[in-house]
Design a protein around this ligand. Structure first.
Ligand code: FDP
Length: 380
């Protein structure tokens, strides 16, 4: 590790501390003035109004407000593309594979362009990092703010051709000033190194995490570290409207969502856990759990936080770290799950505590109701 890189690494740990302190300070010291309480949004509040309210209440700054509204715009554009995909020849493969060796669908590529374009155009993002890109990219046109945005523009895309639910997932971090690329003096390799350092932050540093589900409704769910809010797209006015005020995941729930086709490759402990669900789980002798698996993380996660239960993508003998990516899938979903009163775990530790070693790192992932995730952990 070069001297500059270690400086970045140290700076990022410092960022983590200041972010946590800021969060703690905010909730400890900020009283809610009466005028703010009167303005505070609930069900029926448009997303753009809600963002402005968060800014007025100093939960976010103006730069982050711009980034959030641009993500809302990207989600609307992708929702529209997903809906018309079958009619406009946007189903099927793009003919390329991404750095992880996965075949890219046409809509993967188009959705990635949509996300990258809106984020660049805000001028408030310093680094953007996508599942579909080999490495994180520095944004040259930054003129304010320097947020780091990690995203999976279209998750669950193997479902697209059958018109089954898909979604976008994102996480937003603060960048550290010592890791901001200098286009005037630094070469491409140095800039790339700084971008990777900026992106490889633990989920504990997340300022915002969210997803948008493209299904029978288009639903955008996010957290800024103080509760979880859901907004449903009203197609008649083209605006997300708050439909889920302060989502809380039930403490337990008898639904499990795993790709059980991998059973034979699982560890004996995990197999034992899975078998136990069929005879009542923690309360043996009671009714068996129900299996629900779409194979689209956003859809499966959304159902899990609303109905309770557990979603899991474990490691197995072929892929010890499972399939899901830490930075733009597991960490954002864990932040949301925790903010809703649930958990996000690798089976052995809290996902938000995992410090990424590389950009496309995978981790085993279990999330949902607290009691269900704790019960799973007791087998691991
Ligand atoms: P996809 O490959 O279709 O993009 O993250 C990838 C993901 O979907 C998740 O959305 C989904 O939960 C999982 O993979 C499904 O994987 P399996 O087909 O192995 O179950």
């Amino acid at each position: 590790m070069s001297a500059a890189t270690s400086a970045c690494a140290r700076a990022i740990v410092a960022t983590k501390k200041t972010t946590a302190a800021r969060r703690a300070g905010k909730s400890a010291t900020r009283a809610t003035p009466r005028s703010v309480a009167a303005r505070a949004g609930g069900a029926g509040t448009p997303f753009t109004t809600w963002i402005l309210q968060q800014e007025m209440e100093e939960k976010i700054d103006g730069e982050l407000a711009v980034v959030l509204s641009s993500i809302g715009l990207a989600c609307k554009q992708i929702a529209s593309l997903v809906q018309r995909a079958g009619l406009q020849g946007m189903t099927g493969l793009a003919g390329e594979t991404n750095v992880q060796g996965e075949d890219q669908k046409k809509l993967d590529v188009i959705s990635n362009d949509v996300f990258c374009d809106v984020l660049r155009q805000t001028g408030r993002t310093g680094v953007i990092a996508s599942e579909e890109e080999d490495v994180p990219v520095a944004v040259e046109e930054t003129f304010g703010g320097n947020y780091v945005v990690v995203f999976d523009p279209l998750d669950g895309s193997s479902n697209i051709d059958a018109a089954v639910s898909t979604g976008s997932i994102w996480g937003i971090y603060e960048s550290d000033s010592t890791c901001i690329p200098d286009f005037g003096t630094e070469d491409a390799a140095k800039i790339e190194e700084k971008c990777v350092m900026n992106v490889c932050q633990p989920g504990n540093n997340l300022l915002c995490a969210g997803y948008c589900m493209y299904s029978s409704s288009t639903i955008l769910v996010l957290t800024l570290g103080e509760g979880v809010y859901g907004f449903t797209l009203d197609p008649t006015v083209g605006e997300f409207i708050m439909s889920h005020d302060n989502i809380k995941v039930p403490e337990s729930g008898k639904i499990y969502s795993f790709n059980e086709g991998n059973y034979d490759m699982w560890t004996p402990g995990l197999k034992k856990y899975m078998d136990s669900l069929k005879t009542g789980g923690a309360e043996q002798g009671t009714k068996p759990y129900s299996a629900r698996y779409i194979g689209s993380l956003v859809g499966d996660f959304h159902r899990t936080i609303l109905y309770g239960g557990i979603y899991g993508y474990p490691g197995d003998s072929k892929n010890p770290n499972g399939k899901l990516r830490l930075l733009y899938e597991c960490a954002p979903m864990s932040f949301i799950a925790e903010q809703a009163g649930g958990m996000g775990s690798t089976g052995k530790e809290r996902v938000l505590d995992v410090v990424p070693e590389k950009f496309h790192q995978r981790v085993p992932f279990f999330t949902g109701s607290k009691k269900e995730v704790q019960y799973l952990e007791s087998f691991m």
